[in-house]
Design a protein around this ligand. Structure first.
Ligand code: PLP
Length: 236
């Protein structure tokens, strides 16, 4: 007898302990729990074929972030799970695509209010919401030559009328002027996929770049396309 669930064949186990993890101890403990559980299951005649160990490997968004050593991670997987004779499945999300994307944005204007300098970008929290959702910090770099040689400390904010539409606080930006382009780095994971058309702001276009080739892979919808998706029920 496998279990008393006669119509169900248990073939695998799946775990995902969280995201942006740099300390391998958390993975070690999880793998040890898994190995113990898999042994216990064998004792009741449940023989798993697959172990899915999820994702969670952290990446360096800022200089303070630590990145786990992949060789140490794979050695850990091999040592604790390798002998169990199962197919091991990995789901690293941001570790694969996090640093593959940038968000290019234009300076709409600068203003000073209550002794604070604000730099307002045309990208808003609807275009990139990791900061509003999780308080995430993403580096911002200039895509222009600093003509004035000036630098300034800014709160970098979007144009959406929400207090969470803030990307960076007290951030050093080199001589940005209205119309200059900047890039938020490492937005390849949970970036465009989390964007929305809040405030009827059309989704930002996505451009795939490969060496010197580039291609539009998600176009910016027109207002007509956005409104065409909506209908009013005929409820008279
Ligand atoms: C089940 C599962 N697997 C993998 C991932 C990928 O996580 P990460 O991008 O942090 O590696 C997630 C993210 O939430 C998840 O929920």
């Amino acid at each position: 007898m496998q279990t008393n669930l006669k119509k169900i064949k248990i073939v695998g186990i799946d775990v995902h302990i969280g995201s942006q993890i740099s300390n391998l101890n958390a993975f070690r403990q999880t793998f040890e729990h898994l190995a113990k559980l898999i042994d216990e299951l064998k004792n009741i005649n449940i023989h798993l074929e697959n172990i899915d160990i999820g994702g969670g490997l952290g990446i360096k968004y800022t200089d303070e972030d630590l990145e786990p050593d992949l060789h140490e991670y794979s050695a850990l997987v091999k040592k604790i799970l390798g002998h169990l004779n199962c197919r091991i499945i990995f789901e690293p999300g941001r570790y694969i695509v996090g640093n593959c994307g940038i968000l290019v944005t234009k300076v709409l204007y600068k203003k000073t209010s209550q002794n604070k300098n604000f730099l307002i970008t045309d990208a808003g929290m609807n275009d990139f919401s990791r900061t509003a959702l999780y308080g995430a910090t993403h580096k911002l770099i200039p895509l222009y030559k600093n003509k004035s040689g000036k630098t300034g400390i800014f709160d970098v904010v979007g144009p959406v009328c929400e207090s969470t539409d803030t990307f960076l606080k007290n951030y050093l930006v080199e001589g940005a002027e209205t119309g200059d382009f900047l890039a938020f780095l490492d937005v390849g994971a949970y970036g465009a996929v989390l964007s929305s058309e809040y405030n009827t702001r059309p989704l930002v276009p996505e451009i795939m770049v490969y060496n010197k080739r580039y291609e539009l892979v998600r176009s910016r919808p027109t207002y007509e396309e956005i409104f065409d998706r909506e209908t009013m029920p005929n409820w008279e």
